[in-house]
Write a protein that binds this ligand. Structure first.
Ligand SMILES: Nc1ncnc2c1ncn2[C@@H]1O[C@H](COP(=O)(O)OP(=O)(O)O)[C@@H](O)[C@H]1O
Ligand SMILES: [Mg+2]
Length: 443
């Protein structure tokens, strides 16, 4: 081999080794390993996109109103007519950091010019997506004077998703993947109540199943209400502490939960605690998660008095659970095609209590608006763009933030495994553990 080639190879090996030494700790700090990064993205996609960002930045800033022209200081007025003198004006563009690769895209930091706010950057996000030919650009401002562009190169929610990675903390359920490549976590301690909407076959029940799977190993009691035959929940067998499959059972189960909330209130009051989390661990009651699938079934009436009363009763009980439950370790997840005032009385008040929102593909435009409209208008538009073959894809909104996500698909074997898990003992302080509701099941 000619000595030049040997030297080139040695040089490449040294550069590779140095690059690895430089990258590995930085990736590890973000919980990644080199092997997690797809080779094609690394070798082709990333350099291409980074170059595109750097080379189009000035033009993009000018077109999208991110550049600032300091016209006044360069203008000269001579005599009666205005004459402009001197160099051609070059608008000043905000400084851009080098685009750093992430698992699904890149991150770029921009230093805003004096007088700028992040607003024009939020507005320019769509223009950036097209200019850089990437799936999405998310603009945030984690530091005063800076904006951070989080770029996702290709939609990470298509194809087969990796399985759930970790068992969560108590009441934090890893139910899928978010678009940014981080776990989609439903954390009841942060957001106690959730609403899941979407058309038939859009992925609501799958998300509930993912939730059951994530909570099954935890000391959390699960209560199911599925008045559309109970088919979705019956596969979880005795892991569900109670299961109601008709409205009559549902009323009984909901009444029990309200009595349980009252019992827990008394315990907290006696101990001078403001919530169950202030109680000593030994005295703390088991957290309860109530999962309601096809919530509209609870509100359905044929106009007769008894049906109307039953529907109203369900509405009142659900609202009480949502209003009082969070501090007492009772959490609610309600899923349905739409959760709007057309369902019945007190649904709007219930919706106001459900701070976590998940919108799958909807039948009509109003449904996504109903789920996400009071949180973020952009999220509504993104939810409306979910197509029929994106089953399981949803827009998740909580605590002012929103993102696209997709749930884990739960197999029959996993369902069987969950069904064989023991539920926590004595989840009810109200002393009614041994008297199951009709249609309910206990060991
Ligand atoms: N996250 C997902 N990944 C892949 N396929 C999914 C996902 N969620 C749902 N699906 C597919 O969509 C079908 C319908 O989902 P399901 O949860 O029953 O919808 P819904 O309860 O909204 O009617 C499922 O049988 C499954 O094949
Ligand atoms: Mg369903």
């Amino acid at each position: 081999m000619p000595p030049v080639i040997v030297w080139v190879l040695v040089g490449l090996a040294v550069v590779g080794w140095l690059a690895r030494r430089w990258w590995e700790p930085r990736l590890a700090a973000r919980g990644l390993a080199l092997r997690d990064l797809p080779v094609k993205w690394w070798l082709v996609g990333y350099p291409q996109t980074a170059a595109r960002i750097v080379f189009t930045w000035r033009r993009l800033c000018q077109v999208a109103n991110l550049a600032v022209s300091l016209r006044a200081s360069h203008q000269r007025v001579l005599g009666k007519d205005t004459v402009v003198e001197g160099r051609a004006l070059r608008p000043s563009v905000p400084r851009l950091s080098w685009p750093m690769p992430t698992r699904h895209g890149l991150k770029v930091r921009v230093v805003m010019l004096p007088g700028q706010t992040p607003a024009p950057y939020y507005a320019a996000a769509r223009a950036m997506e097209h200019a850089w030919r990437v799936h999405s650009v998310m603009v945030t401002s984690p530091r005063r004077g800076h904006v951070l562009l989080t770029i996702t190169a290709a939609d990470p929610l298509t194809g087969e998703l990796p399985a759930a990675e970790r068992a969560g903390e108590l009441l934090a359920a890893d139910v899928g993947w978010c678009e940014e490549g981080v776990a989609f976590v439903i954390d009841f301690r942060r957001t106690p109540h959730w609403m899941i909407t979407g058309a038939t076959q859009s992925g609501k029940s799958t998300l509930l199943a993912a939730l059951v799977r994530a909570l099954a190993p935890q000391p959390v009691a699960l209560v199911g209400v599925d008045c559309k035959g109970g088919m979705e929940f019956s596969g979880f067998g005795r892991r569900l502490t109670l299961l109601a499959t008709s409205r009559r059972d549902a009323i009984e189960v909901l009444e029990r939960l309200v009595r349980e909330i009252q019992a827990r209130t008394q315990v907290c009051r006696a101990a001078g605690a403001r919530s169950v989390w202030d109680l000593p661990e030994k005295a703390r009651p088991v957290p309860l998660v109530l999962l309601v699938d096809e919530i509209a079934e609870l509100y359905l009436t044929d106009g007769s008095r008894s049906e109307r009363e039953a529907a109203e009763r369900c509405g009142t009980l659900l609202l009480r659970i949502a209003q009082l439950g969070a501090a007492l370790g009772v959490y609610l997840v309600a899923a349905g095609q739409r959760v709007g005032s057309d369902l019945g009385v007190r649904v709007t008040s219930l919706r106001a209590q459900l701070g976590g929102r998940v919108a799958h593909r909807a039948h009509d435009e109003a449904s996504a608006e109903m789920t996400l409209g009071d949180i973020n208008k952009d999220a509504v538009v993104v939810a409306q763009s979910i197509t029929e073959d994106e089953q399981g894809v949803c827009v998740v909104a909580m605590q002012g933030r929103w993102t696209r996500a997709r749930s884990h698909l739960i197999s029959q074997e996993e369902r069987a495994e969950i069904a064989a898990t023991d539920p926590p003992r004595s989840p009810f302080l109200s002393g009614m553990d041994s008297a199951p509701a009709k249609g309910g099941q206990r060991e």
